[in-house]
Write a protein that binds this ligand. Structure first.
Ligand code: SD4
Length: 335
């Protein structure tokens, strides 16, 4: 059986965790640990749609495709899937019924590219990579990002599916902005890769918060907020309420704590707790969800969120492609 088919089979059978092949770096119990992959490469992605993204990225990496291209191909799967309502085509629109997309990508040399408030282009992550490669800049936004994409050969198309339009029309009946945790607002795909050579890279792509104001940009295209890595240390990425992640420079802080010697688990936990504490009396607290994933140079990885419900997909040679639960600050029963 080919490696790819083995992975698909394993994923379908739900081959999750629980192997002695993992060691637990800061272990007290399995639920509070950073997990260590035995071999490179390693790919981790936020949420269940991370499984399909990992599968594609993994196939590419195994063919010798460079990590950034593997990321573009991997997260391109949920971007192109109309059933994934929080990323790319089929993503839920803003309050004016416009699908606006944010994405960024970063490589081992700290080179990065980003697009924000981009409309009409199905694969913003691919445009972000072109920004990295073909411009002297890091970020392009709105109309300028669209013009750049078109000049690079991307095609403009309508990204609002019938289903998403219907959902928007229902929403405008009441027009109340109160994101539903883990459903409307928190399914950005972020992918982190430790490649065969031990180098780190990452990408992040989203249609952002559903029913946001027109022009709103979240954390996902902002290097240091939605995604950050330092090839000497580790990589981190966020999902959840972008405003809270931007206020705290979330992903950059997770990487900085790993630089100071914290494990991915400890680093994610500390920043989630900081965000929680900073928002205790904030109007956003009622629906605040933020989750981070992180990996370090040794292939240790972890996920941690404010509220339960967050999980991430992990793919390595030892155990294939499977979901791992993230630990949450607020226990399940208090959800
Ligand atoms: C944002 N962090 O735009 C993103 C939301 C998210 O699926 O995770 N969406 O705030």
């Amino acid at each position: 059986m080919s490696n790819r088919r083995k992975f698909i089979k394993k994923a379908a059978l739900g081959t999750v965790g629980a192997s002695t092949a993992f060691s637990y770096a800061t272990a007290k119990s399995k639920s509070v640990t950073t997990k260590k992959a035995q071999k490179k490469p390693l790919v981790i992605s936020t949420w269940r749609h991370g499984l399909a993204a990992n599968d594609e990225a993994w196939t590419q990496l195994k063919k010798g495709t460079p990590a950034l291209d593997a990321i573009v191909a991997g997260v391109g799967i949920p971007e192109g899937d109309p059933e994934v309502r929080s990323v790319g085509y089929g993503g839920l629109p803003d309050r004016e019924g416009k699908v606006t997309l944010d994405a960024c990508i970063m490589d081992q040399n700290s080179d990065c590219g980003s697009v924000s408030f981009l409309q009409g282009i199905k694969h913003p992550i691919a445009v972000a990579k072109k920004v990295l490669e073909n411009t002297p800049h890091v970020m392009l936004t709105g109309e300028g990002a669209l013009q750049f994409a078109l000049s690079e050969g991307f095609t403009e198309e309508d990204l609002l599916t019938e289903k998403s339009e219907k959902a928007w029309k229902k929403w405008i009946e009441k027009s109340k902005y109160k994101p539903v945790i883990n459903i409307e607002n928190h399914d950005t795909i972020s992918m982190l890769v430790l490649d065969e050579d031990g180098n780190l890279s990452g990408g992040c792509t989203t249609s952002g918060a559903a029913w946001k104001m027109h022009g709103r940009v979240g954390d996902s295209p902002i290097i240091g907020a939605g995604l950050f890595l330092d090839n000497e240390v580790g990589a981190a990425a966020a999902t959840g309420l972008g405003e809270a992640v931007i206020r705290t420079a979330g992903s950059a802080m997770v990487v900085e704590l790993m630089r100071q010697g914290k494990s991915p688990f400890e680093a994610c936990k500390e920043i989630v707790e900081r965000i929680y504490n900073k928002h205790k009396n904030h109007k956003d607290m009622e629906y605040l969800q933020v989750g981070f994933i992180a990996i370090n140079k040794n292939g240790e990885h972890a996920g941690y969120s404010i509220r339960p419900g967050f999980n991430y997909a992990v793919c390595d040679d030892e155990e294939g492609n499977r979901m791992e639960p993230a630990t949450s600050k607020i226990p399940k029963k208090n959800k």
